[in-house]
Design a protein around this ligand. Structure first.
Ligand code: UDP
Length: 240
């Protein structure tokens, strides 16, 4: 049973449990995908039944962002905690290193994914990177062929939300991978082209504020956060 937050069901897992579930999915034969919705995506799902259905079909739905965790708490069904997509990916890659399982990095501007691959391999010796490709392609066909030829176990799809969620759902059956995860700007952070909030800010759950400071244009997207909290409070008052 998933925990419902404004119509989106979240898996209530600790980080270790989530990584363990992903490791099991990496052994299975069916192409599965993982999504990590933040309040912005939950908000989009309210007006987009197709996106909501795509999110619902994911093998794992992890709460990325403290907003979702607060939302669940306000609704009286607390989640075990926030699972930032980027932390989840690092833990999974760390676990994969040395096992022979491979990852393909798809997304971000040209050059970023290959730089991310180098940095990740330095950090996690033994990590097999099957290949990399940037996220600014016109046709899916050649990219999918390239990915399939390298037969990765895991595909990180970093095209930004909700583009990456739609892409994973649309192409799942054409891709010869075991598992995919949609991870937004993770490759920029792995490559070092974008900076994550300092740890003290992360501990205070202020990553969003750091993001806003670095990319002020984000206010248009972030305005959905207070709307999300109001809607959660409204749902609570209605008693569900
Ligand atoms: N991106 C991409 N292809 C696109 C649009 C975006 O590869 O057509 C990349 C972009 O370069 C960045 C990431 O997707 O690396 C989006 O990062 P962001 O942090 O904005 O993710 P979001 O918050 O949207 O999940």
């Amino acid at each position: 049973m998933r925990t419902d937050v404004l119509g989106v069901g979240f898996d209530d897992l600790t980080m270790d449990e989530a990584v363990g579930r992903a490791a099991v999915l990496l052994e299975s034969g069916t192409p599965a995908y993982i999504v990590t919705p933040n309040p912005e995506i939950v908000w989009l799902c309210r007006d987009d039944p197709e996106l909501k259905e795509i999110v619902g079909r994911a093998a794992l739905v992890l709460p990325d962002g403290i907003g979702v965790v607060y939302g669940a708490k306000i609704l009286g069904r607390p989640l075990k905690g926030k699972i930032a997509g980027i932390d989840f990916a690092e833990k999974l890659l760390e676990r994969m290193a040395g096992t022979g399982k491979s990852v393909y990095l798809l997304g971000a501007k040209p050059g970023v994914a290959s730089m991310a691959a180098k940095k990740l391999q330095n950090k996690y010796p033994g990590l097999v990177v099957a290949g990399t490709a940037d996220g600014y392609f016109k046709d899916d066909g050649p990219v999918i062929e390239k990915i399939n030829a390298s037969k990765p176990d895991l595909l990180l799809v970093c095209l930004g939300a909700p583009k990456q969620e739609r892409w994973m759902a649309a192409n799942a059956t054409r891709l010869n991978v075991r598992l995919m995860a949609g991870l937004g700007g993770a490759l920029d952070v792995f490559a070092g082209t974008a900076e994550r909030a300092p740890e003290s800010w992360q501990r205070l759950h202020l990553e969003w504020l750091h993001r806003l400071k670095k990319e002020p244009w984000r206010w248009r997207r972030m305005i959905k956060l207070p709307l999300f909290i109001f809607a959660v409070a409204g749902q609570r008052l209605k008693g569900n």
